[in-house]
Structure formats: C-alpha cells, structure tokens
Design a protein around this ligand. Structure first.
Ligand code: ZN
Ligand code: ZN
Length: 288
C-alpha cells in the first residue's frame, strides 16, 4: 500500500463518505434505510415529511418507514399496556395513507416504503398480518422488545441473568421470522442477558443459525451504537460473522436528524472496520 492509498483509506474511515451509485450523491456510508420512526409512536419526534427531506439531504435513494406497529391486544390499549410505545390502528391508517401520498409527491427524489417494526406476539400476530395485508403495507421488521405479550411479560432491554428469558427471546425471534412475514430482525442483540458468556454465545448462535437458514438479515442498529447502548455489541456481531449471517445497517431514526449525522456515520464506520464487517447495500423486502 502506498502512502497515498493509506491516506485515502484513513480519510474514508474518518469521513465514511461514499457515493450512492443510484443518484451520484455523496452519502455518509448509507444509501438505504428501512428503520425509520415518526412522532406517531409517542416517543419519537418529527413529521413524516421531515424524515423524507432529511433522507434526501443525506443522499439516500430508499427510505422505509417502520414505526412501531399497532398491536391488536384483546381489550385494546388498556391502562396496563406500555404507554408511548406504538400508534393505534386508527393512527396507522393515516400513517399509511400519508406515506402513500408522499411517495407520489417525492417520487423524483426518493423511493419510499411503508412498513412497521413489530413485536411477534404469537396469539395476536395473525390480526396484525391481516391488517397489513388489507392496507397494502410493504414490509415488517421484527423488533422483539417484549417477550410473549404485553403487559404481563418481560421487557427484554432490562438486564437479567435469567437464562430462560434469553432462551425464550431466541425462541420467539425464530418463531417470528419463521412466519415469513418479516424482512429482517432489528437489533437482534437487544435482549440484555448479562449472565454466563458460554450460555449467551450458544443461544445467540442458535438465533444466528436459524436466521441464516431462513435467509433473514440481521440489523446493526445505528441508534444503539450512537447512543452507546449495550447493543450492537462486538461479541454478537462476531458471532453472526462466524455463522455467516447477512447484516444490514438500520438507523432506527427517532428524530429526522438521525438520518443525516456525520458523527454517527463515523462511529458506524469505526464499528464496521473494527469488526471486519461488510453489511449488505440493500435487502429484498418480503411480502407480509
Ligand atoms: Zn422506538
Ligand atoms: Zn425501531
């Protein structure tokens, strides 16, 4: 490697700037993003249009909205259901029609997709599937934030040494993606098991092997990385790398500015190069 090449590489890593071949614009290491929230879920900020305009400014050619899906709980959104976590079915109807209208308005600038990030709650999942099919939703991504069903069960981001929680998390992710309705697994390492390392590795290898068999990519969650959360971890992505999983970057934008943040992209670039990971440029969305 010549001195010049070295400088180029260092420059690239520092700035993480690449050119999007689809539109010739300089982008910050990202040309598509399928993990975008909106204010409708109750804990993100920004209107749909603001996210679209930020994505265009950042040089993205595809933007997928995947705000937290409505869930069809028996008894509706009663007081025991976690607040500010997701939109209602009524709000979802407007979300879908707004994204459709914007798709048309912005079609010369960016391709938009209307999706949801959803937990797989086995007893009510069929209701979500039929809602999505009825309204022509483009895709689902799996974000298993809670085991089995709210409100009674375990929130997976809470640290635990309880082995059965990790096992159930892996079981439920695998069962969820076996439905064929999910295009990828969001923050696959979101279950905050802090117990025995060998047990962690064996259970998470099971998750990776199952996802690989089904051809489902695993996300490297940019929000987690840039907020210095416990995920994505070097430990997990190296397991996935050794299993040979496809990986895809997801911004998990909860604010329009997340879509165009040079500092965040630099962290992503460092994370990828430190772990020797080349994520997919894009994925094929699965029919729900
Ligand atoms: Zn969220
Ligand atoms: Zn998310």
């Amino acid at each position: 490697m010549t001195k010049n090449d070295r400088r180029t590489l260092t420059e690239q890593l520092r700035c993480a700037k690449i050119i999007n071949s689809a539109n010739g614009k300089e982008v910050l290491g990202l040309t598509v993003n399928y993990h975008t929230h909106t204010h409708l879920c109750g804990h993100a900020e920004g209107e749909i249009r603001e996210y679209i305009e930020k994505a265009i400014e950042a040089g993205l050619t595809k933007l997928g909205f995947a705000d937290h899906a409505p869930q069809f709980f028996e008894g509706g959104y009663g007081p025991a259901i976690r607040k500010n976590m997701r939109m209602t079915p009524k709000e979802a109807e407007k979300y879908i029609s707004d994204i459709r209208a914007y798709s048309d308005e912005y079609k010369g600038d960016i391709k938009l997709f209307c999706g949801f990030e959803a937990e797989y709650f086995p007893t009510i999942f069929a209701k979500l599937q039929s809602f999505c099919r009825d309204y022509g939703v483009d895709y689902l991504i799996l974000g298993q934030h809670c085991l089995t069903i709210e409100p009674s069960d375990f929130w997976v981001g809470a640290p635990t040494e309880e082995r059965s929680f990790l096992t159930r998390y892996v079981d439920e992710v695998l069962e969820g993606i076996s439905s064929g309705s999910f295009s990828y697994v969001c923050h696959p390492d979101v279950c905050h098991y802090v117990g025995d390392d060998a047990f962690y590795r064996s259970e998470m290898t099971r998750l990776c092997v199952g996802a690989k068999k089904l051809g489902i990519p695993l996300e490297i969650n940019i929000k987690g990385l840039c907020d210095n959360r416990f995920y994505p971890s070097d430990r997990f992505v190296n397991l996935a790398k050794s299993v040979g999983n496809d990986m895809i970057l997801g911004v998990d934008a909860h604010n329009p500015s997340d879509l165009h943040n040079e500092n965040d992209r630099r962290k992503v670039s460092e994370f990828l190069s430190r772990n020797g990971i080349t994520p997919l440029d894009d994925i094929t969305l699965r029919k729900i």
